[in-house]
Design a protein around this ligand. Structure first.
Ligand code: CUA
Length: 348
């Protein structure tokens, strides 16, 4: 009884650990054609391998329990026989199974138009063919998201929240500003690596509105686990409304506290790293905060976007997410800190 409980506990623990990050959604919970194709192959493999395992264990059981007679009655061990089992079970079946999986896997590559797959295209040809609408740039440890347009006045940059319209494929370019990362929103698509010096492309389509959690899937340093992305798929008109709002410059504060906070922001160190469009704050190394108030989370989807966490983040980022480029701004406290947070919160 104790042993069984122990084994159950161990199994439960293994499932919890092996299921990886609690944050990202399941690969089997699909909301887009690419993710659907990947999940189908995963189900096919899982079921096929289960069948193979069951057959193998059954054969082992037969071999184990089969009456063989006594040792004296045995033929000499080199009498031969059973080669058919090796030829069929050890060579033919694995060859067939692996060939089928290889071909199905190759078919799935259509969902990953990565450099080289389309007849060895060069980067310029890939960029022209994929003509990205969105560029995602990985940073240690957050996501820069650029909405591109031929008309620069229709382009804007945001961070960590990837908004997508439903019902049509969106071409996305992924690159990195530093080390390798991997973009992964399991409900929408498979993993695509962000490789220094080589943009990659994926085509993402969300079939239904919703919020889909994603996670950097390539170890990229101390805070790799806290490099999360939230994909928000919206009906096209809702998406357009969001887009129009994001295109606008930041809201001019009207409340006294927020006004004072804006002064603190643009005259202090914040503006050296962060951009708030419509003000002189134009730093490019940290997330664009023009509409930070409209985002659900801060610190790459790790902490809720509220007064308490913003205050904690500004003054103790190194405790909340050790190693990030955001320093502990302990010089801000009391009214000044509250003003700063009031300013950020109203940047809707
Ligand atoms: Cu970025 Cu792991």
């Amino acid at each position: 009884m104790m042993v069984r409980r122990f084994m159950c506990g161990l199994f439960g623990l293994a499932i919890t650990l092996l299921s990886g990050c609690r944050y990202a959604d399941s690969t089997f919970n699909t909301h887009g054609p690419a993710a659907h194709n990947i999940a189908n192959l995963a189900w096919f493999m899982t079921i096929l391998f289960l069948i193979i395992i069951i057959v193998m264990w059954a054969l082992l059981a037969v071999a184990f329990y089969k009456r063989r007679g006594t040792l004296a009655e045995h033929e000499p061990i080199d009498a031969g026989g059973g080669q058919m089992w090796i030829a069929v079970g050890g060579i033919a079946i694995p060859l067939i199974v692996l060939t089928i999986l290889f071909v199905l896997g190759l078919g799935l590559l259509r969902d990953f138009p990565i450099h080289g797959v389309h007849g060895g295209m060069n980067q310029q040809q890939m960029a022209a063919m994929m003509k990205p609408e969105i560029r995602i740039i990985g940073h240690q440890w957050w996501w820069e998201i650029q909405y591109l347009n031929d008309d620069p006045s229709q382009s804007f940059t945001t961070a960590n929240e990837l908004h997508l319209p439903t019902g049509r494929p969106i071409n996305v370019e992924v690159e990195t500003a530093d080390v390798m990362h991997s973009f992964w929103v399991p409900s929408l698509h498979g993993k695509v690596d962000l490789i220094p010096g080589q943009p990659n492309y994926i085509r993402i389509e969300a079939s239904s509105p919703g919020e889909y959690k994603g996670q950097c899937a390539e170890y990229c340093g101390e805070q790799h686990a806290k490099m999360r992305i939230l994909a928000i798929a919206q009906e096209p008109d809702e998406y357009d409304a969001w887009r129009q709002a994001q295109l606008k410059d930041s809201i001019e504060p009207s409340e006294p506290a927020a006004k004072a906070g804006q002064q603190v922001f643009i005259s202090g160190p914040c503006s050296m790293c962060h951009t708030v469009r419509g003000t002189i704050a134009g730093g490019r190394v940290a997330p664009d905060l023009t509409h930070v108030g409209s985002r659900q989370m801060i610190a790459a989807n790790v902490y809720r976007n509220n007064d308490a966490y913003l205050e904690a983040w500004i003054t103790h980022a190194q405790s909340l997410k050790p190693g990030v480029k955001m320093p502990d701004m302990t010089q801000f406290n009391g009214v000044q800190l509250a003003d700063l947070v009031a300013y950020l919160r109203q940047l809707q």
